[in-house]
Design a protein around this ligand. Structure first.
Ligand code: SF4
Length: 905
């Protein structure tokens, strides 16, 4: 039976509402929820592909256990899996104490999942060794808010975008990382041409498309820029002295420290033009309402906390906070980084924004949980946690819903730590992640579309996540797994409080307890239960008992949650990046995201059209840096830092200053031979937030000469794609350079690329042909030139090109993949693919129609074709779904309608 279930997108912190369409226990479609105030029906390319990613063939379906490190894991029952985990954890705790075990969780978990894990570690076991990948994402924002405003509370709402007349995007490529927020900024700018947008980013990112001013500062020099802007505002009397006097403290000392931040001095540090710094300061200082949106570019730094504080200072000094269209608004990376913070899901936090270091807070939580005490000893934040695993101080780790063997910096160190651990549990929805290789026990977890609970987005809005279908195999909800383990472990440890700590029969009871723990706190949601969200829709916190609606904006009264009620200025000074470029590593490597991919691609890497932007990791470089090294666009290079290296393809990057290069962070061992971008990053951390500097490393780049190259493109059905992708992964380590992925729109391709110093043995090509089902010659066309090591093969089926293997020389793959993806390559043109010439048959024969709608993967040719058949705009949208997700392409579609068929428009 067809059903519709309202839920929330599982990707970024925008927190878009979705409507999941399902039939007979399978997810069949997705659309944006028009009633959800975060997105009003819009979805970006990732959200729009959620239904396509809801497949079972890449999921972990059953618990798996290995008896010893070198043995393969075997399927076991849930009872056996949990009994084994209990035995290992209990034994470790008994022999080495509670701090010998640790939990490493994820901002992808729901608030309820987080809550029970927190209770399991800090309440039952008695260790604060619980940290999460939010440490890599938002911990500097937490520390920055707390140091200045007194509490971890983004004071703004998305509706402020509509009221701002200056928007400062700092360290945020929202066009790619928070696309629906960016659409809202675009709309605001279209409505109000006087709205100014300043983008602060070392690279001219996609978000600069609407920028009135782009400040391409030197990586890590944000504090120098913000301090200089404030100095200009002071000099030009643009600060609000009344607001400062009434609502802040520490400004006089801070003002004195700004003396050295003249625009000229800041220009020297930031590599910006002095007049641009002054201009930005004047625009900010004269704005009626100034809104700052910021993200990982500020957070992922060894001075991330002070980056945050410095931008917050601009708002405090000008009174641009607590009013419509104004405020410092940290965008959360993950869908529930906020929820995790709310329940104390970091090593230094406790439930409801309480601090572990505060004895009164520890007592409050102990009372709430009905236990004698919360341990005082601080837990280990992520980087330290893995170092303790390497040293043997921590012996057993429980990892849930995250992939540290790709996401943490300095992978060599992290992987050595995982290999050294005595016992690794991985609670995961996906069968294949890089971390799975280190797991002694894998526990299958429910995923998006199968879970119940809540998440909180960047604007403090709590939304329901609902199950549309049952989980596959024996997968279970994360909270349920944690509770079952906790009860058994408590019994094994003879902890008398176990039953009181974990009484839950359903997830709503977990939420009710969390809700009660917030009473009287800054995030008080004592009035917000599941029924109210059901009735009234998603709500922002605080929502205390008796309230009828959440609060969209904080600090309107100028009272801050500090002991004095005043916001604080903290002394923030420019500090260099952890690792400056030098003679050996002369380039600055910046990392970032792509619109279509999410994190380590566990989910987005299963959808072909999400590879259409980039199907391999591309290093972007400045043309001078390339010329200087004799590097040409499209060739392979070795990119190395002091911690490791990867071989990647390089292209000339638009908008990169000389000396800077850029690499997406999504690719890891599942899609390439190598650990990916984060392996190159230093594990240096901020002293307050302990967030690592994942945004910058000093690197060198050199050409690599691989005379032998390989490309394989094979059409697959929807059911064949992921199994073939999984098998092809086995080839990655056979070549010094190799990537594997999907590609396509109406049809799907599996695409393997490789390169080597010499041609492999014929048997290797036979093995590859067999793996890609290209054996047998009855319908194959072959071109071979042994003297040049070239061996090419095209296999036809039903008159269509089914698969191509280009060995020895593979440049034709560049145009061939598009031709095959569009099904626009006639079999008679196949000879062009195999010929020694790399030229395509003709531009017209294989020219790929540009993709107009990235969300639905719809090309211009498809849209024009529908209009040519006489379809109206509405009918085209209904048929192709183009323009129905984020809406960003609608102007282009209307233009096509006007050109193709004026009456359709
Ligand atoms: Fe999901 Fe995209 Fe919305 Fe983020 S912006 S929540 S990824 S649909």
């Amino acid at each position: 039976m067809k059903t519709e279930t309202r839920s929330t997108c599982c990707y970024c912190g925008t927190g878009c509402g979705v409507v999941i369409e399902s039939d007979a226990g399978r997810i069949t479609g997705i659309r944006g929820d028009k009633a959800h105030p975060a997105n009003f029906g819009r979805l970006c390319a990732k959200g729009a592909a959620l239904a396509d990613s809801a497949r079972h063939d890449y999921r972990l379906l059953f618990p798996e256990l290995r008896s010893e490190r070198t043995a393969p894991r075997q399927r076991v029952s849930w009872d056996a899996a949990l009994a084994h985990a209990v035995e290992r954890f209990a034994d470790t705790i008994r022999r080495h104490g509670p701090d010998s075990v640790a939990f490493y969780l994820s901002g992808q978990l729901l608030t309820e999942d987080y809550y029970v894990f927190n209770k399991l570690a800090k309440g039952l076991i008695g260790t604060n060794n619980l940290d999460t990948n939010s440490r890599l994402c938002m911990s500097s924002a937490v520390a920055g808010y707390k140091q200045t405003l007194g509490a971890d509370a983004p004071p703004c709402a998305y509706e402020d975008i509509d009221h701002a007349d200056l928007i400062l995007l700092a360290g945020s490529n929202a066009a790619v990382a928070h696309p629906i927020v960016y659409r809202r900024i675009e709309d605001a700018k279209a409505r109000n041409p006087k709205l100014r947008v300043i983008v602060i980013d070392p690279r001219r990112s996609e978000s600069c498309a609407i920028a009135d001013l782009h400040l391409a500062l030197r990586p890590g020099s944000d504090i120098a820029l913000f301090n200089a802007m404030l100095r200009v505002m002071i000099d030009e009397k643009l600060v609000d002295r009344d607001y400062l006097a009434a609502h802040t403290e520490g400004f006089a000392e801070f003002e004195a420290s700004l003396a050295r931040y003249t625009p000229a001095a800041a220009a020297a540090v930031t590599e910006l033009a002095e007049e641009d710094i002054v201009l930005a300061a004047r625009w900010f200082g004269n704005a009626g309402a100034a809104l700052s949106l910021y993200c990982q570019g500020l957070n992922q730094s060894t001075h991330g906390t002070h980056n945050n504080a410095a931008i917050i200072h601009l708002h405090l000094a000008t009174g641009q906070i607590g009013k419509a269209g104004a405020g410092p608004f940290s965008l959360t990376g993950q869908p529930n980084a906020m929820g995790g913070r709310e329940v104390g899901g970091l090593a230094n936090l406790l439930s409801a924004h309480r601090d572990l270091a505060n004895p009164a807070h520890r007592d409050e939580v102990a009372r709430l949980w009905g236990i004698p005490a919360i341990p005082e000893k601080p837990g280990k934040p992520a980087i330290e946690l893995f170092r303790a695993l390497a040293s043997g101080e921590i012996k057993a780790v429980w990892i849930a819903c995250t992939n540290p063997a790709q996401s943490l910096p300095n992978q060599a160190e992290v992987r050595a730590a995982l290999a050294n651990a005595e016992f690794v549990v991985l609670q995961e929805a996906y069968a294949n992640t890089d971390t799975a290789a280190y797991a002694d026990l894998m526990l299958p977890a429910s995923s998006w579309g199968e879970k119940e609970g809540t998440v909180t987005n960047s604007e403090r809005r709590i939304s329901r996540v609902r199950a549309a279908v049952p989980p596959p195999g024996e997968a279970r909800p994360d909270w349920r797994i944690a509770v079952d383990f906790a009860r058994s472990l408590g019994a094994r440890l003879e902890n008398p409080h176990t039953a009181r700590l974990f009484p839950y029969t359903c997830v709503e009871e977990v939420h009710a307890e969390h809700r009660a723990s917030t009473r009287g706190r800054d995030l008080d949601i004592s009035g917000l239960d599941y029924a109210l969200i059901e009735r009234e829709g998603p709500q922002q916190w605080p929502f205390p008992e008796g309230a009828t609606t959440g609060r969209s904006r904080l600090y309107a009264d100028g009272v801050f949650p500090t002991p004095s009620g005043r916001a604080r200025f903290v002394c923030v000074e420019h500090r260099p990046v952890a690792e400056k470029p030098d003679a050996d590593y002369p380039l600055s490597l910046l990392t970032g995201r792509l619109l279509e991919q999410w994190h380590s691609m566990s989910r987005t890497g299963t959808v072909a059209r999400l590879f259409n932007g980039e199907d391999e990791p591309i290093l972007k470089m400045h043309p001078c840096d390339m010329r200087h090294r004799g590097i040409e666009s499209g060739t392979l290079v070795r990119l190395a830092s002091r911690r490791g290296e990867v071989v990647v393809r390089v292209e000339q990057g638009e908008g990169l200053a000389k000396g800077r290069c850029w690499l997406p962070m999504h690719w890891g061992e599942q899609f390439m031979n190598g650990y990916g971008a984060n392996a190159l990053m230093p594990a240096a951390t901020d002293p307050y937030s302990f967030q690592p500097e994942l945004k910058h490393a000093a690197v060198h780049v050199e050409t690599v000469d691989f005379p032998w190259t390989l490309a394989i493109l094979r059409r697959v059905s929807a059911d064949e794609a992921l199994p073939l992708l999984a098998r092809a992964r086995g080839l990655l380590k056979r070549f010094p350079y190799a990537t594997v992925g999907l590609y396509g729109r109406s049809g799907t391709l599996v695409l393997l690329r490789a390169a080597a110093y010499a041609a492999p043995a014929d048997s290797v090509l036979d093995e590859i042909d067999s793996l890609f089902a290209m054996q047998g010659s009855e319908s194959a066309i072959i071109y071979a030139d042994a003297s040049r090591g070239i061996d090419k093969k095209a296999v036809l089926r039903d008159g269509r090109l089914f698969a191509v293997r280009l060995a020895g020389e593979s440049l034709a793959a560049t145009w061939l993949k598009d031709a095959m993806a569009d099904d626009s390559l006639d079999a008679s043109l196949v000879r062009h693919a195999l010929a020694p010439s790399v030229r395509p048959p003709s531009q017209a024969a294989v020219a790929r129609s540009p993709v107009i709608c990235k969300c639905a993967g719809v090309s211009e040719a498809q849209i024009v074709g529908e209009f040519a058949r006489g379809a109206t705009l509405a009918a085209v949208q209904e048929t192709l779904k183009c323009g129905t997700f984020c809406g960003g392409c609608l102007p282009q579609i209307r233009e096509l309608a006007t050109t193709a068929l004026p009456e359709a428009a």
